[in-house]
Design a protein around this ligand. Structure first.
Ligand SMILES: Cc1ncc(COP(=O)(O)O)c(C=O)c1O
Length: 403
């Protein structure tokens, strides 16, 4: 760092570069919004610092509490979800943990569908249990079962449509109606619907009175990003008081999202609808192809007739995520199914979904759903953006390894 030049009285070069007086002209217009990066936010004066309320979107206080970039994505996700307020968090799983931590206290109980996203169940079994918060799993195919599971301590009901991996589509309006009648807050993991397949805040499909969930969370990691290259989550509401409860916990937990990741999601959002539709088309074509194959006993895709909850999907949606599972006939040992997966060339082996590359993951049903009497190896396919015929050819050639 150079010192001030005594002959010229000029500040040190580093000072000049840090406190440069140049301001670019205002009025720059571009397709994508500017990206603002900050931990520190500069205030004009002490009065401004004292007057600023971090809870209001009218100004800025600190990077964790929002920048023009994070506010912009929050507003767009709120629009996507049909909500009014959105919080961004570092992953889909942290959206789940935020809701649980904001709304549950020792002595409360939370209800989760049996087919919920696994790590959310693990959170209930571990941290929530340690903190004195009870949990119970309910059958999402049975609304009256949910009604009897709701007790005096029940403070939150989780919903998921379609269920993770086994893809059952629940009667969401019936489940929400049950919880609402009992005065219990509902939260939907809307990652599958992505704000496209149905409106989480109006499950009555426009018919009055509107019936919707209280909170919708998404793993933006999946469709909103679409790139398989970042992690992010969102928590959306339509109720200012509920949003504030979530926002206060969000602040106290220090949940921040980096501007580069937000920029990537902002760049992906304009193509979300097109990608969702394209991946839906391809996944249905592949699922139908599997229906004609003798190696599998079940194809689990809510848009296929005969799939669990198909009638509920049809009542609520016309679109579906590019995700489905097949159950291999028990005559194929898990090692044979592994050989099939290893022989795939275009489908890559890996977790997550909604990215450009098609993915595959095997699951052991007896481990995933112990006690449900389900057996056989289930393979979940996440369909990317490759050509469908190429993907079918990949499946066909890999089946030769099944033995
Ligand atoms: C339905 C569902 N919800 C939440 C998540 C968690 O998202 P993330 O990986 O961003 O934590 C996933 C991830 O696979 C998911 O499938």
């Amino acid at each position: 760092m150079s010192e001030q030049d005594p002959k010229t009285d000029r500040p040190a070069l580093s000072t000049s570069l840090i406190h440069h007086a140049y301001q670019p002209p205002a009025g720059f217009g571009s397709v994508q919004p500017a990206v603002h990066k900050a931990s520190t936010v500069i205030f004009e004066n002490v009065a401004a610092l004292r007057a600023r309320d971090w809870k209001q979107k009218a100004g800025y206080t600190y990077g964790l509490h929002g920048t023009p970039t994070s506010f912009t994505l929050e507003e767009r996700i709120a629009t996507l979800e049909g909500g009014l307020q959105t919080l961004l968090v570092p992953s889909g799983l942290s959206a789940i943990t935020l809701v649980d931590m904001a709304l549950l206290s020792a002595g409360d109980e939370v209800l989760l569908p049996e087919n919920a996203y696994g790590p959310g169940k693990e959170l209930a079994r571990n941290e929530l249990t340690r903190w004195g918060i009870g949990h119970r799993f309910y059958d999402p195919a049975d609304a009256s079962g949910l009604a009897s599971a709701i007790g005096p301590k029940t403070n939150l009901v989780w919903l998921e449509a379609a269920g993770s991996v086994t893809m059952e589509f629940p009667d969401l309006p019936a489940l929400v109606a049950v919880a609402r009648e009992k005065g219990v807050t509902t939260v939907l993991d809307n990652t599958w619907g992505a704000g496209i397949a149905f409106d989480p805040f109006d499950l009555s499909c426009g018919v009055s009175p509107a019936l919707g969930v209280d909170i919708s969370v998404q793993a933006l990691t999946k469709y909103a990003s679409g790139g398989a290259d970042l992690l992010m989550g969102s928590v959306t509401t339509r109720d200012a008081a509920l949003h504030l409860r979530l926002k206060l916990t969000h602040m106290r937990m220090g949940l921040g999202v980096g501007a580069n990741d937000i920029e990537a999601v902002l760049r992906s959002l304009p193509s979300l609808e097109i990608r969702y539709a394209a991946q839906d088309r391809s996944a249905r074509a592949l699922a139908s192809w599997w229906q004609g194959r003798p190696e599998v006993t079940q194809v689990l895709h809510p848009a296929l007739e005969g799939s669990p909850g198909h009638e509920h999907w049809r009542a609520l949606c016309s679109q579906a995520a590019g995700l489905f599972s097949v159950v291999f006939d028990e005559r194929f040992a898990p090692a044979h199914v592994d050989a099939f997966i290893d022989a795939l060339r275009l489908f890559r082996l890996g977790y997550s979904w909604a990215g450009p590359v098609s993915l595959v993951v095997p699951y052991d049903l007896s481990v995933m759903r112990p006690g449900a009497g389900r057996r056989g190896t289930l393979v979940r396919f996440s369909v990317g953006l490759e050509g469908v015929d190429d993907l079918i050819e990949d499946l066909r050639q890999a089946l030769a390894a099944l033995g």
